[in-house]
Design a protein around this ligand. Structure first.
Ligand SMILES: NC(=O)c1ccc[n+]([C@@H]2O[C@H](COP(=O)([O-])OP(=O)(O)OC[C@H]3O[C@@H](n4cnc5c(N)ncnc54)[C@H](O)[C@@H]3O)[C@@H](O)[C@H]2O)c1
Length: 397
């Protein structure tokens, strides 16, 4: 269920490993694309896996589920854009896609089936899924229900699906054991057995760990800017300590994992998740801080030169060398300043964008001020002018 960044590579891998896979998605464009043997996401080697699976007939995608031995749910888990937790003033996770997918498979679930939730989920979601099945008439004592969070790195998915260690947690011991046996069939990493709740929290803790550590680097970057210290030099010196490993500052944190999942902890922690919450707010604030820095630089340029500068935003994606714009701070910053200043945008990894007229890198370089937001490999540190702004560590490339 869900033929996106996680569901499609998993389906294609299993289909190439001898499983008959029936993919399901709600998006007709995605269904048609995959059934032609093509892909709709950028991921190395995925096209080869999908093409061979579709050609051999072991992967077919439909709008509806069918009877199966194993059901896997890999649908989105964003947060509600219009609701806020009143106690913690934080976003509320949206598990509607999981509920919908679970209700859709319910009529096809029969005794002995294994139902797996792979979506990153708030603690308690696997139990909730079991209750949805129960309400829809499934005897949950006769099926196996478990959560196994996905921890692959986009750009490396086909390898990491096999090589990464996996945590598997069922709603009871027999579900855990059955699910672990399934994963051991294609995972070469260790398959670690736990409970559903612990498996859910493991994934949230992993992503919060990253967010908290990036927030520390981003906070340092703001402090250093204020007192006139080069933060990247500072971090490289601090990291010479044998037990210190400060991460790199950036213009914020994006993607639909690290910038979203820590809120799942905050939302369920009744005000106790203070570090996790502050990290989220610090990383979000960093993007607003960057906007202010750009505005100030533009004003200074105008004062010195007597005309308003053109600003080139270099990069829109949420990290280098990908085309994924979800929750991207670079996109947020570019949108904000484009309302105030003369802006051109360079994003070498996408052809068009609804809000921006994208220009080639060489054309962006002609702008009065280049603002480097994402350290794409095409961008060259030697091109930096004195007035340019580097928020992504281009100098380190
Ligand atoms: N992308 C990653 O790198 C990554 C890594 C680890 C975990 N995750 C988690 O995996 C889950 C899926 O993420 P993704 O990146 O694959 O999302 P995605 O948006 O790329 O794909 C999800 C797909 O599910 C489809 N869908 C939505 N509702 C559906 C329904 N009711 N039935 C069937 N299909 C439905 C959508 O059309 C979409 O194609 C999320 O919980 C995410 O947090 C993602």
């Amino acid at each position: 269920m869900g033929m996106g960044y996680i569901g499609l590579p998993t389906a294609a891998l299993l289909a190439n490993r001898g499983y008959q896979v029936h993919g399901v998605d709600v998006n007709h464009h995605i269904i048609d694309t995959i059934n032609r043997g093509e892909i709709h996401i950028v991921e190395p080697e995925l096209d080869i896996f999908v093409h061979s699976a579709v050609k051999s007939g072991s992967l077919v995608v439909h709008i509806r589920p069918t009877e199966a031995d194993v059901f896997m749910i890999a649908v989105p888990t964003p947060f509600h854009s219009d609701k806020v937790n009143e106690i913690t003033n934080s976003p509320i996770p949206n598990v509607d896609y999981i509920v919908d997918a679970t209700e859709k498979i319910a009529p096809y679930v029969k005794s002995g089936n294994l139902i797996l939730l792979e979506s990153t989920s708030p603690v308690g979601t696997t139990e909730m899924m079991a209750n949805v099945l129960k309400k829809k008439g499934v005897d949950i004592n006769t099926v196996f229900i478990a959560h196994s969070p996905e921890r692959v790195l986009p750009g490396n998915i086909m390898r990491e699906l096999i090589e990464n260690d996996r945590v598997v947690g069922g709603i009871n011991d027999k579900s855990t054991a059955h699910a672990a046996e399934f994963y051991r069939d294609f995972v070469e990493g260790e398959v670690l057995e736990s409970t559903a709740k612990t498996a859910e929290m493991t994934k949230l803790a992993e992503n919060s760990f990253r967010d908290v550590n990036i927030a520390f680097a981003n906070e340092l970057s703001i402090i250093c800017d204020d007192i006139g210290i080069d933060v990247r030099e500072l971090i490289s010196l601090a990291n010479k300590h044998p037990r210190v490993n400060v991460l790199s500052p950036s213009c914020g944190v994006g993607g639909h994992c690290i910038s979203v999942d820590p809120w799942f902890i905050v939302n369920s922690a009744n005000g106790v998740a203070k570090i996790v919450e502050q990290a989220r707010r610090t990383n979000d604030y960093k993007a607003d801080w960057v906007v202010e820095k750009i505005k100030k630089s533009a004003l200074k340029f105008e004062r010195n030169n007597g005309f308003r500068p053109t600003i080139a935003c270099m990069g829109l994606a949420f990290k280098p060398d990908i085309n994924d714009l979800r929750e991207s701070p670079a996109l947020y910053i570019s949108e904000k300043i484009s309302h105030l200043l003369n802006v051109v945008v360079v994003e070498p990894n996408i052809a068009t964008h609804d809000s921006f007229h994208l220009v080639p890198y060489e054309q962006g370089l002609q702008a009065d001020i280049c603002v480097y937001l994402v350290a794409h490999s095409q961008f060259d540190k030697l091109q930096l002018k004195a007035v340019d702004l580097d928020f992504c560590g281009l100098k380190e490339l």
